[in-house]
Ligand binder design. Structure first.
Ligand code: NAD
Length: 474
């Protein structure tokens, strides 16, 4: 089932109407009216020491108690979704408040807790052997600016469910909203009788702070959610690390697809939170016989078809020259189509959600991960060429790819060739996060290191527990 823009708007309206008073206390903290944020330290050594103490407290507690803390995190996340969404957009300048509310709800409702931990057993004449999943201890987790509080809250649920505590390294451009989420997690724990400092960070996150975390003897696992730079850095740290890095997800449409539905799904997925999710459709590869029809329906679904002159203006706007190479203009990342068009002198109404154009596979707005609601459409002669071009555009990230087709052979061939952690068929990309699709949610997709969509089980170490010659009652 896919969710239409109208349904999304209705959900957002209901959530806004049901927001309770509890958001006021979080709002006060956000505006600095309240006392010190829980779990936020001046100094990284103090933060790590506090997380180490808290982990020693949580580890021996019954799983039922961990669940009690997690249930309260879920409740508070829903109550404060609007605050986090508004603060996130205000602080980073990126994204869409309504969609960010939905992302927080998704984290609260669909991130797995302790039920994700399983036991494997062998029982026989020589006794009973179990493989149990135990915590690493203190985890160092780097978070992006694109889903800041969403990542802090989602990681907190999964990592705490596994019995760890967490030292976060939020993005400096999203430190306020990230630190507020950290405060809320600790308050959720303390409120039900749990320890403070289960999750911590410093007031001013910097690269030096991250370096200390990456090299610290008391941190046993690193989890980096961000671009290629930070993923490569944690993977070179010498510690066990998970890398949830960049993607450039192509969506392939063949001649057997339901074209009006494909157009609507693609526009819904691409425009969700102004294209910030790493899994979102970033370019379209369409078989020539249906490409114009697809673009027609995309226009019906709220796309602006840019002409050649507008496309060149967009290129000079969304990229800036840095050290002789084109890099993304951060003032354009996560902005709406209306704002982006306005920057090149085109005024459109709120109904315009996305910008489309036809282009070559090497076009910079197609080959680069933009994180903006701009979709280049690459025409190909048939599905085989489409698969080849899509694989090239995905750039070996092995992150996400999507396809609209009713031919199972084409879907299978593409799935095998592109080999990504996420492959959504006949739906918007966000179905992969459990939003309008089956399965659990996460905001840390560790494509580079192979865990895929992470959850509590990935934040555990495997332990073999052997009882010799007893306890087997077969
Ligand atoms: P970013 O890479 O600029 O920052 C991510 C985090 O890494 C921040 O906390 C930043 O401070 C830190 N960082 C960056 N370089 C570092 C270095 N060399 N050493 C230490 N820390 C460093 O990313 P962003 O713009 O905030 O987020 C967008 C990127 O993240 C996109 O490429 C997107 O695809 C990716 N992303 C991936 C996932 C996933 O689950 N795979 C999820 C969200 C975002």
């Amino acid at each position: 089932m896919s969710i239409s823009e109208q349904e999304i708007q209705n959900i957002v309206r209901n959530v806004l109407q049901n927001m309770g008073k509890s958001e006021e206390s979080t709002a006060n903290q956000a505006s600095g009216q309240s006392k010190k944020l829980m779990g936020i330290f001046e100094n990284i050594e103090d933060a790590i020491a506090a997380a180490k103490t808290a982990q020693k407290e949580i580890q021996p507690m019954p799983l039922e108690f961990r669940e009690k803390i997690i249930a309260n995190i879920r409740k508070k996340t829903i109550e404060n979704a609007k605050i986090f969404a508004e603060l996130g957009v205000e602080e980073t300048g990126m994204g869409n408040v309504g969609h960010k509310i939905l992302k927080h709800q998704l984290v609260a409702e669909k991130t797995p807790g302790t039920e994700d931990l399983s036991t494997t057993a062998w029982s026989g004449d020589r006794g009973l052997t179990l493989i149990e999943q135990g915590p690493y201890g203190v985890i160092g987790a780097v978070c992006p600016s694109t889903n800041p509080s969403e990542t802090v809250l989602c990681n907190s649920i999964g990592m705490l469910a596994a019995g760890n505590s967490v030292v976060f390294a939020p993005h400096p451009a999203a430190k306020n909203v990230s630190n507020l989420a950290i405060d809320m997690v600790n308050r959720a724990s303390v409120e039900v009788g749990g320890p403070e400092n289960l999750v911590v960070a410093v007031k001013e996150p910097t690269m030096d702070v991250s370096k200390t975390i990456f090299g610290h003897k008391d941190i046993s696992l690193l989890v980096a959610t961000g671009g290629p730079g930070v993923v490569t850095t944690v993977l070179s740290s010498g510690k066990r690390a998970m890398g949830a890095g960049a993607g450039n997800p192509p969506v392939l449409v063949d001649e057997t697809a339901n074209i009006p539905k494909a157009a609507e799904d693609i526009v819904n997925g691409c425009t969700f939170d102004n294209n910030l999710p790493c899994i979102a459709e970033k370019e379209v590869v369409a078989v020539k016989s249906i490409a114009d029809e697809l673009m027609y329906y995309m226009e019906q679904a709220g796309c602006y078809h840019a002409n050649d002159e507008e496309v060149s203006k967009l290129v000079s706007t969304v990229f800036v020259e840095k050290n002789g190479r084109k890099t993304l203009n951060r003032q354009c990342v996560g902005r709406s189509a209306k704002v982006l068009l306005n920057k090149i002198g085109v005024n459109v109404g709120e109904e315009i959600r996305c910008i489309i154009f036809k282009g070559d596979k090497n076009h910079p707005m197609i080959a680069e991960e933009l994180m903006m609601p701009i979709l280049g459409i690459v025409e190909v002669k048939d599905v085989d060429e489409g698969i080849e071009v899509s694989v090239e555009l995905e750039q070996g990230n092995r992150h996400s790819a999507h396809m609209h087709s009713t031919n199972v052979n084409n879907l299978t061939k593409y799935g095998k060739a592109i080999d990504t952690a996420i492959f959504v068929k006949n739906g918007p990309s966000y179905a992969a996060l459990g939003f309008g699709g089956e399965g659990y949610a996460t905001f840390t997709i560790a494509s580079r290191t192979g865990e895929g969509l992470t959850s509590a089980k990935n934040f555990t170490k495997s332990r073999r527990c052997v009882m010799c010659d007893a306890l087997s009652i077969r």
